[in-house]
Design a protein around this ligand. Sequence first.
Ligand code: HSE
Length: 435
Amino acid sequence: MRTIAIGQLGLGNVGAGTVALLRDNRAAIESRLHAKVVVRKILVRDRERTRDVTVNPSLLTTRADDILGDPEIDVVVELIGGIEPARTYILQALTAGKHVVTANKALLAEHGAEIFALAAARGLSVYFEGSVAGGIPIIRSLREGLASDRIEAITGIVNGTSNYILDAMTRTGATYADALKDAQAAGFAEADPTLDVGGGDAAHKLALLALVSFGVRVDPAEIVTEGITGISPLDIETAAELGYVVKSLAIARRTEAGLCLRVHPTLVPRTHVLAGVEGSYNACLVQSRALGRSLYYGRGAGMLPTGVAVVSDIIEVCRNIAAGTSSPPVPDAGIVEGTPLPLDNLVSENYLCLHVPNQPGMLGKCAACLGKHGVSIKRMIQNAPLGRHPVPMVIFTEPVEEHKIAAAIREMTTFEILGGMPIGRIRVLDLGDTP
Ligand code: HSE
């Protein structure tokens, strides 16, 4: 039986899951592949550290060259994360004729062009299922399961940390800060959660989804990205009273004018399928022309869930090696560079929350400003205990173009009556436009 040798870069959480699955499922993998898959070396920073998986110490090395320079290694599995040295290692691996499996969304979203170009030039594959929505086989579903269809839109909950925090705020009434602390204590949020709660992680994943679904490469920095740090218990409570839950959504949609990509908190009707995605789970709702809606749901992070995606990629690469073929997830032809549409003409209903003095004329002043900018009010709520200052004033708008609501918010922000308090704003999921 043929042996295919793996070199693994990194033995953290996902690295340990990968090693455990390759070991525990060895017999099944061998019978599927008619080949043995053997981990030959694992790059670690510290050989003495205690790990989540038992590994023969002779496999561990602190020298990347023991893997990248080993001609016996066929596949390099990059699980160290971050941009450098991951980028350099992957380029070296491809240059040395090795296929690559990675779960590194930031690297591929920002430097995918050079990595995929080098892979294509060398006839090698770069697989990256673990980089988007952890264990959910969304990349494989988009490129294989829906290869016969035309994908029109994807609406995803692709950051488990943000979903965990918003879900905890919804269930317990906690503040954002307390829910974040809880998420960190439970191991769902990083010590520095900026990339997750700021929406950057979801934007990286959205860029990869757009690449696979639409063949368009975008700079993730050009995706309109809003995090969840400004969401208050009042927002969550008012949304709930009106039948909505707050979710951080990553949305990609083809339009006649171009590709609309955005990451932001969104009010989702409680009856919508994405409203039921709880805790750190992820889900992608895909709209394709012939199939219609299809939903992909599961664990978006963690040692074994992401390990499943990584090992499935390893199996696919090994299958290609054994068959002498190559079928890279990102083809070397047909990819175009793209710029996401500005949101100016996006039409959505909006939730606004202003804090104003409890005195006559406040609603009139705000309503007049909205009216001046062409924003029509659908509903207004003020539950103000007598004598309390300032009081929250919640306004729902009718569907309106982004540039109009943005202009109104800009003007209202200058109102002295707000006393510098920020204006809360959450877009409402458009069921007509979004799957
Ligand atoms: N930090 C990510 C999340 C998981 O919270 O979803 C890895 O992509």
